[in-house]
Design a protein around this ligand. Structure first.
Ligand SMILES: Nc1nc2c([nH]c(=O)n2[C@@H]2O[C@H](COP(=O)(O)OP(=O)(O)OP(=O)(O)O)[C@@H](O)[C@H]2O)c(=O)[nH]1
Ligand SMILES: [Mg+2]
Length: 134
């Protein structure tokens, strides 16, 4: 295995859209990688976990939502200067609960058209393009 393959972090990411066509964003805490930017909730996939298991676990841990079903949206490989990520992005339109930032992070529901006003990590560009095209 090469270093680049070994180091790449595999992340489950949820683009969560409610009945009003708003998208759930969370603000990354300042001390984290890409801190201060807005993200789609999610996190690292653990050993022996499927992407959908990880997505369910992370969305419960981070924003207190129970995912009922999800569908694959896209995968993005991105190399930051300090970190390489593989984002496994899923669309979540069926879920239960009220979105709450359980890790002291700010969360908000944003109408699709207003997403252009938020700053995201560089890796997210294709996700934004896709959501805005739909
Ligand atoms: N959740 C999430 N992570 C993203 C997005 N875009 C993006 O580049 N990432 C990167 O993917 C990685 C995800 O890690 P994370 O910090 O969410 O991981 P985690 O929830 O498991 O937290 P942990 O660091 O406490 O283990 C970070 O390096 C983050 O910068 C995004 O839209 N959502
Ligand atoms: Mg996370």
């Amino acid at each position: 295995m090469t270093d680049s393959v070994k180091k790449r972090v595999h992340v489950a990411v949820g683009v969560i859209i409610n009945d009003k066509q708003e998208v759930l964003l969370a603000k990354r805490l300042d001390h984290l990688h890409q801190g201060g930017k807005w993200e789609f909730p999610g996190g690292k996939i653990e050993l022996n976990e499927t992407v959908t298991d990880a997505l369910k676990r992370e969305l419960k841990e981070e924003v207190n939502l129970d995912v009922a079903s999800s569908s694959p949206l896209m995968e993005i490989n991105h190399d930051y200067p300090d970190k390489q990520v593989l984002l496994d992005i899923h669309l979540v339109t069926h879920f239960a609960g009220k979105a709450t930032g359980l890790e002291q992070q700010e969360v908000c529901w944003v109408p699709k058209k207003e997403l252009v006003n938020y700053e995201f990590p560089d890796a997210n560009k294709p996700i934004l393009d896709k959501i805005l095209a739909d």
